[in-house]
Design a protein around this ligand. Structure first.
Ligand code: MEV
Length: 314
């Protein structure tokens, strides 16, 4: 019997980093985010008989049996089929990801982006950025509560972005390439809880919380100027100040504080948490790529779970 060739299609998405402005971005302040292409998600779709199957390290089984905590992703997949005018049946999605989950690196957004892209490719439909954002937002709202949208915007962008809620995304001009280290505390952060805790603080101390959020917005604006001018010393100082403000807001923790101190002791121009905080990752600004490697080594010796270093803006 003649076997028809199996159709297999791949969609992918990379990780993201927030340089500065996380949390404040939820309240309408700007934030700067970067694509982090070193780690990524690949979603492979192929044909199977019967109901949709999901094959990944975090879930293996039928879409219809997905646990509650993955409900957003399940709804996103069904909604994507509906948008494509296809029955939600007859395919398998295999997900391979090198992005550690829950570390503020945008894994949930990247997984949803890769899946939506792979399904559109499988059914040979063009995918507009608007449609992609609309579908991924379904999964992100379940994962993060009330996301600003910055994670999915950065995980689907090839260039550094200036992000303000409900505004057009702008590209950030980088005059002089800079060198970043990312270090994973090894502990899963809970962005949902961290965002909720700041919301709670607004109720307890409105004035102080508003001042902190506004200060983070101001630091982000100054960071854009520093990037524009290629002033890395100023950028480092601004990152340190942002970390102080995020600590004041209660979204840093002992593990993050320890790694930021190690990075600064190794000569980093600045270091702060990235993403939701309370676990997750830190970023540190190095003076050169060689220096970035030295900082990364020191962070590993100090107990970081994993590190990466790379140049932005080349
Ligand atoms: C999470 O990567 C960034 C936060 O600002 C939440 C959000 O903007 O949705 C903490």
């Amino acid at each position: 019997m003649l076997e028809l060739p199996q159709k297999t299609v791949i969609g992918s998405a990379h990780s993201k980093l927030i340089l500065v402005g996380e949390h404040a971005v939820v309240y309408g302040e700007p934030a700067i985010a970067l694509p982090f292409p070193e780690i990524e998600v690949k979603a492979t779709v192929d044909q199977v008989d019967g109901p949709i199957q999901i094959n990944s390290s975090f879930y293996y089984g039928l879409l219809s049996d997905m646990p509650d905590k993955l409900e957003g992703l399940a709804i996103c997949i069904k909604k994507t089929c509906k948008e494509l005018d296809q029955d939600a049946t007859g395919f398998r999605i295999q997900i391979e990801s090198s992005i550690p989950i829950g570390r503020g690196l945008g894994s949930s957004a990247a997984i949803a982006i890769a899946i939506v892209r792979s399904l559109y490719a499988y059914y040979e439909h063009d995918l507009s950025r608007n449609d992609l954002m609309k579908l991924v937002d379904i999964a992100e709202t379940y994962a993060h509560g009330s996301p600003s949208g910055i994670d999915m915007a950065a995980a689907s962008s090839e260039v550094p972005i200036w992000f303000e809620k409900d505004k057009e995304i702008e590209h950030v001009y980088i005059n002089k390439p800079f060198h970043l280290v990312v270090a994973d505390t090894g502990r899963i952060g809970d962005t949902h809880a961290a965002v909720a805790s700041i919301k709670e603080q607004y109720k307890v101390d409105f004035t102080e919380t508003k001042l902190s959020i506004a200060h983070l917005g101001k630091l982000t604006t100054q960071a854009r100027t520093a990037l524009h001018d290629g002033d890395h010393s100023l950028l480092g100082m601004l990152l340190n100040r942002a970390q102080d403000e995020l600590s004041k807001l209660g979204v840093s923790d002992e593990g993050i504080d320890r790694l930021t101190k190690v990075a600064r002791k190794s000569g980093a121009l600045g270091a702060k948490l990235t993403g939701g905080g309370r676990g997750g990752c830190i970023i540190a600004l190095a003076k050169s790529i060689k220096h970035a490697k030295e900082i990364a080594d020191d962070l590993l010796h100090a107990g970081a779970d994993q590190t990466w270093y790379f140049t932005v803006g080349e």
